[in-house]
Write a protein that binds this ligand. Sequence first.
Ligand code: BG6
Length: 486
Amino acid sequence: MLTKDYDKNYLLGGAIAASQAEGGYREGGKGISTQDLRYLDPSWTPKQIENKHQNNPFSREEYRRALKDNDTKNYPLRRGVDFYHNYKNDIKMFADMGLQIFRTSISWSRIFPNGDEKIPNESGIQYYRNMFKECKKYGIKVFATMIHYDIPINLVEKYGGWENRIIIKFFERYVTVLYKRLGDLVDYWLPFNEINAAKFSPWDGVCLIPGTEKNLNQKIFQCLHHQFLCSARAVQLGRKLVPGKLVGGMIARFTTYPATSKPEDNLQAIQDDQYSNWFYLDVLARGYYPEYMYRYFDEINVQVHFEPGDKELLKDGTVGFVSFSYYFSQVSTNDSGWEKTAGNLIMTKKNPYLKESEWGWQIDPVGLRFTLNQIYDRYHLPVIVAENGIGAHDELTSDGCIHDDYRIAYLKAHLDQLDKAVKDGVDLIAYTMWGIIDIVSCGPLTMDKRYGVIYVDLDNGGNGTGKRYKKDSYYWYKDRIKQHIR
Ligand code: BG6
């Protein structure tokens, strides 16, 4: 009889990103990063915020102003939740919960404030060494993202950012320092958070301001090509400098189903999947541009410039695991009148069978099992669910509690499907829920949209005590982890 021992040994953890959590804006010699420029205006409507995030984060004038020290606008990402000073206490709370793995990103501008120096900033290295050591002290594994959207602004100002191939050289220098100085403390490496953000949120992904660019698509895909090459170099350098450690790839997963059984909708679903999801993972995991992109590039008038050696580099530098963020699913149809709703980084089409979060993101736990099966089937590489969670308005009661039963329901439903996917045969390394502690949300830039199982008493303007409180979901997750490792 054919049997498979189903491996339930995957790790349960939590994730955050440097720019949304750390604060410590110019401390320890940190340089200004591209995410430090994004600001929040209280008069904006949710629609305007959505549009700013996806299409036009700021005008050139606002960008220039943000670079000046005397600017008084509200820059929430410069404050984060002050993880920079509180990490010991926060990691202790993770450890008390039994967290097995912690995902965070390293801020390039802490290691190389301008991105192009030859000598790294020792205080930035020490900060990450100390923080990762704190995880190790409690037996928590470390999953480190090298770039979670933010790069030193100097690289954009002086060289044109990802458009200029010279960035590959600076990135190699950065990665070499990370491997040599932090390699002993990191268990899993991820060069890029959600590499497909390039297309769907160009400032985050490749530091382009859509409203101000002429040949936007051409620029996006050329920048992306340079990121693919960087990822491949990170894999190659990893083999040499941190042998035995896995270096992976990641997308924001836009899971899609055909809206109806119409052949046109089925074809649309395949194409949406190719252009939004598979292309990115295919290059990272298979090491070449898939044929279906040739027609697409033709249609949108894009010609990606390859230099001699690029093809070979992509082929040689394929990733050791695949990972993705998963927040919602959508439907695909060629019916242009189909009702729309919001989703992470994109507008999506409504599925009448699904409920939505307060932000309109369609909640689909079964879609997580579906996605895991699809991805494992396609690449046969170990998988990490790098982000999954629900953004919600939480209420801190007068006795210091947060009754977030909606978050418990969300996490339970998704984790149950995760277990089923593992039984289906998926080789799962870890699940790192987003964001284990409340942090500044990336799209709206607010504290109102909270994901954590730990509450942070700060509002959108940075007012509050900054004190941490355990939500009901904290106790629930702790118990789930206990059951999991038993
Ligand atoms: C992911 C990003 O796309 O979505 C995170 O990697 C982000 O940085 C998360 O926080 C949730 O999005 P938001 O806009 O609700 O914070």
